[in-house]
Ligand binder design. Structure first.
Ligand code: GLN
Length: 239
């Protein structure tokens, strides 16, 4: 396969990185490195430009307060992020970043944090906290992680759920959906970091990024026995 360097963008690593979500960036860059493929990780903070050649954009979870801190900067990137999504840039957003990739998040205390409308979802703060271990089956393998949020997310017609959730609470605790996907854009409530225990999904993201660059060759298999053993243990943990 051509060894074109992939540019991984980590959005708001300071504010939006709870429960180890930075690990998703590490997992992708390691899986490239183990295969002798090149990756550049660009950390984008409030006010920084997004690199022109972004292949994969990653955003982690953050408390309501952190979401408020980055809210204005994030919403100012709306047109660029929507254009990137339309252009097939791969995005993986977790919890707080997932919520803001939607249309808006109305917090429990009545604030509205505008989102960028890349994903057709809306989120409303609630008095309940959806918390615990969770795993879902997807076309790209089992995703295993940990959810902790009080925002309830409703999916619109422009997205599909990432999977069905049980016993986890997922997007809203009532319709059994977890996460959202639109073309190459993914949102999920699974922290953990989710990619550390979901190697097949990690490779799916890499494959999509290469395919967008015109390279469809298979990724060389890696020994994922440890990651899969960890996923097995984690998926049998009590809620
Ligand atoms: N503040 C959001 C909520 O509680 C997101 C939390 C998170 O990213 N874990 O719904």
């Amino acid at each position: 396969m051509s060894a074109r360097k992939l540019t991984l963008v980590h959005l708001y690593p300071r504010e939006m990185n709870i429960y180890g979500d930075t690990g998703n960036v590490l997992v992708l860059s390691k899986r490239l490195q183990w295969r002798g493929l090149d990756a550049e990780v660009v950390r984008v903070q409030v006010g920084d430009p997004l690199p022109a050649g972004t292949d994969i954009l990653l955003g982690g979870g953050g408390q309501d307060a952190a979401q408020g801190e980055i809210g204005r900067d994030f919403v100012s990137r709306g047109p660029e992020l929507r254009a990137m999504a339309d252009d097939g840039v791969v995005m993986l957003t977790i919890c707080g970043s997932y919520q803001l990739l939607g249309h808006h998040f109305r917090t429990k205390d009545g604030r509205t944090i505008e989102g960028v409308g890349v994903l057709d979802v809306i989120t409303t703060g609630s008095d309940q906290r959806l918390i615990g271990n969770n795993s879902i089956d997807t076309p790209w393998g089992r995703l295993v992680g940990f959810e902790n949020h009080s925002g309830l997310t409703e999916l619109g017609a422009g997205v599909r759920p990432l999977g069905a959730t049980e016993p986890g609470r997922g997007n809203n605790g009532s319709d059994r959906t977890e996460g959202a996907v639109r073309a190459n854009v993914f949102g999920t409530y699974l922290h953990g970091p989710v990619l550390a225990k979901s190697p097949q999904f990690a490779d799916e993201l890499l494959r999509r990024a290469y395919a967008r660059r015109g390279s469809n060759a298979d990724l060389e298999p890696l020994d994922d026995s440890l990651a899969l053993a960890a996923a097995d243990v984690a998926s049998h943990r009590p809620r």
